[in-house]
Ligand binder design. Structure first.
Ligand code: ADP
Ligand code: MG
Length: 623
């Protein structure tokens, strides 16, 4: 798609202006912005606050409040206080189960929707409904400030959002009565915000680390024209994970039982988050949990965050490779998202890219500002051709072929809008129908990709196998939404489908399937966790037994050996009998601890041997 944006200040007559806003519907925080006198500005709430925490509180009468007010209920009434709803948008129960056991919510499968719903005092609330309330709240804020009904909005989504997640976002806007001008990738919006200021030429990396998602986009700017070369990231990594890492550390340091009530869990997370944010300002901070307290300093924080930051940098490396851009070709790095306030993140990003990242716009606000600029253009308040923008699809779109394999039709990182066609033929003589199965993902097997839709092309005239010519066309519009058409070329028979999530809104059968999977979801999660621990147990048992066989007798005395053997036997027995993954995990940990001495001695012995070998080699060399 081509976007046209004119010089600031060259907008049409004021009375012709339409009310358009940009909305950053965030996992953690949401914002709304609009263009006023040629400049994008955040619309604050009546108390002058820019952020709307993406939180909702429900009571038995329905929605009781949103935003900061809702957050106040987070500790006292966690089950009725929804946060991070965005993580569930367009997700099925199977996806939700993958989030692990950290979820402080209860779920039910909705009767009219396959998307899991949150069980609240007000009844079952879907992620789409909850998001619609957040959007409606921002809409009211904007209408109050702009003095009338909105004409349209650009809503941002992570570049990584798939079709189902984008559709769910559109549904939420529809429910809120907002006309969506376009969905826009968040990093792209940030680039627009910066592009207007900087102009010029160059290659830019947009590093967006929010509360729940990480996005990296590689953009190229030529003569004021932006092109998104590649986008990647991790849709389940962000500041929330920082909080969890700190909370886990706290729990370990203070020896707090791992089985905590949701309220306790959240309290610990809140303490962790506060400490994390303080450490952007001060060198160290004291954390207090009940009677106990503990100091967290920047070094310790860095130790906790580094593995998570490293994950983001690996994603950066992948996207650079996708874009075919070398590290030293990056001219600018743009920081987006609240988590880029963490000093360690800035440090590591600067290290990795070998330059100081740009952050002169507020990292919380960039996305909404860019979305506002785009909304202003799309609604027709501006004209001109200063800025062109190309967007890409994040995941490949393909079709199922014989043997459960995927044939990719549109490859990931293709710029949109795009239409691509491919020809297929029949498999059997006299075949009159063809099943089209649309999938999304990079893997070779259908079972490893996400199923988006299925439909049938019927009425193919009977022919011998291989002589029908069926052209399947995939088309992705500017919002990143897909429609698929299949046409038999000799007869002109055609079938098409707008791709909706496979757990679409009123498909009774899908709903039933999901309800079934829901009733098993908890067991499935527990079973998976147990299976993982069993694998871990087998691994450690085998490792230690093998080590004992090699040099247990030399390195351990009789008592030590006996003790180690006994603990392995106990682990083996527990592994066969327990259904409780936590119990097994604890035993594994104690066995691992119990074998540390042995491991250390083996290490020493190995080092000695290696040194001895080396000197022998050297000796031989000299002879
Ligand atoms: P999202 O895009 O997911 O809505 P935001 O961009 O609003 O998220 O970022 C929210 C995240 O930023 C939260 O995890 C929050 O704890 C984190 N954050 C805010 N301020 C700081 C800070 N000073 N240091 C570290 N993290 C911060
Ligand atoms: Mg964000």
């Amino acid at each position: 798609m081509l976007l046209q944006i004119s010089e600031p200040g060259q907008s049409p007559e004021p009375h012709q202006r339409k009310r358009a806003v940009g909305i950053d519907l965030g996992t953690t925080n949401s914002l709304v912005a609009t263009v006023r006198s040629g400049t994008a500005t955040i619309v604050n709430d009546e108390q002058g606050r820019a952020l709307l925490p993406s939180a909702l509180h429900y009571d038995r009468h329905g929605l009781s409040c949103v935003g900061y007010e809702a957050l106040e209920h987070d500790l006292s009434d966690p089950l009725n206080t929804l946060t991070s709803v965005k993580r569930f948008m367009g997700r099925g129960l199977a996806d939700v189960a993958l989030f692990g056991e950290q979820l402080p919510y209860e779920f039910v499968a909705g009767s009219d929707s396959g998307m899991p719903k949150f069980a609240t005092a007000a009844g079952a609330i879907s992620p789409v409904q909850a998001s619609a309330e957040l959007l409606a709240s921002l809409e009211r804020r904007a209408e109050l400030a702009l003095g009338g009904d909105l004409d349209g909005a650009v809503i941002t989504v992570p570049a990584y959002f798939d079709d189902a997640q984008r559709q769910a976002t559109k549904d939420a806007a529809m429910l809120a009565g907002i006309k969506v001008l376009r969905l826009l990738n968040e990093p792209t919006a940030a680039a627009i915000a910066y592009g207007l200021d900087a102009g010029g030429e160059g290659t830019i990396a947009v590093y967006d680390l929010g509360g729940g998602t990480f996005d990296i986009s590689i953009l190229r700017l030529t003569r004021g024209v932006f092109e998104v070369l590649a986008s990647g990231g991790d849709s389940a990594l962000g500041g929330d994970d920082f909080d969890r890492a700190i909370a886990d550390w706290l729990r370990a340091e203070l020896a707090i039982d791992a089985d905590m009530a949701p309220a306790q869990q959240r309290q610990l997370l809140a303490i962790a988050k506060r400490a994390k944010q303080q450490l952007s300002e001060v060198e160290q901070t004291q954390l207090t949990v009940g009677e106990q307290s503990l100091i967290l300093d920047r070094d310790q924080l860095a130790t906790l965050l580094d593995p998570l930051i490293a994950k983001t940098l690996r994603a950066c490396r992948r996207s650079l490779a996708d874009a075919g851009v070398k590290l030293d070709e990056i001219d600018n790095v743009v920081l987006v998202g609240g988590s880029t306030r963490a000093l360690r993140v800035r440090e590591k990003v600067a290290d990795y890219f070998g330059r100081e990242p740009l952050c002169h716009l507020d990292p919380d606000q960039v996305v909404a500002l860019g979305a506002a600029v785009q909304a202003d253009v799309l609604i027709g308040n501006k004209s001109g051709d200063d800025l062109l923008l190309l967007d890409v699809i994040p995941l490949s779109l393909g079709i199922e072929t014989m043997g459960g394999l995927v044939e990719k039709i549109i490859h990931r990182n293709t710029t949109i809008p795009v239409a691509k066609a491919q020809e297929f033929t029949t498999f059997k003589d006299g075949q009159t129908a063809l099943a089209v199965h649309v999938v999304q993902g990079e893997r070779e097997l259908v079972s490893d990709c996400r199923s988006l839709a299925r439909f049938e092309l019927r009425g193919i005239p009977p022919m011998t196998a291989g002589s029908a010519k069926i052209r399947v066309t995939y088309q992705v519009d500017a919002d990143g939404l897909l429609s698929v058409a299949a046409r038999e070329m000799t007869s002109g028979v055609e079938a098409r489908i707008e791709v909706k999530p496979s757990y679409g809104l009123d498909d009774g059968e899908v709903t039933r399937m999901l309800q079934e999977s829901f009733s098993h979801a908890r067991e499935d999660m527990a079973a998976r966790a147990l299976a993982e621990q069993q694998v871990e147990a087998d691994r450690i048992i085998e490792d230690i037994r093998a080590a004992i066989a090699v040099d247990g007798e030399q390195l351990l005395d009789a008592d030590e050996l006996e003790c180690l053997r006994k603990s392995i036997d106990e682990l083996q027995q527990l592994r066969e009998t327990t259904r409780e993954h936590r119990q097994l995990a604890r035993k594994i940990e104690s066995v691992a601890k119990g074998s540390e001495t042995f491991a250390a001695r083996r290490m020493n012995a190995a080092v000695k041997k290696a040194l001895a070998g080396q000197s022998l080699d050297q000796l031989e060399g000299e002879l």
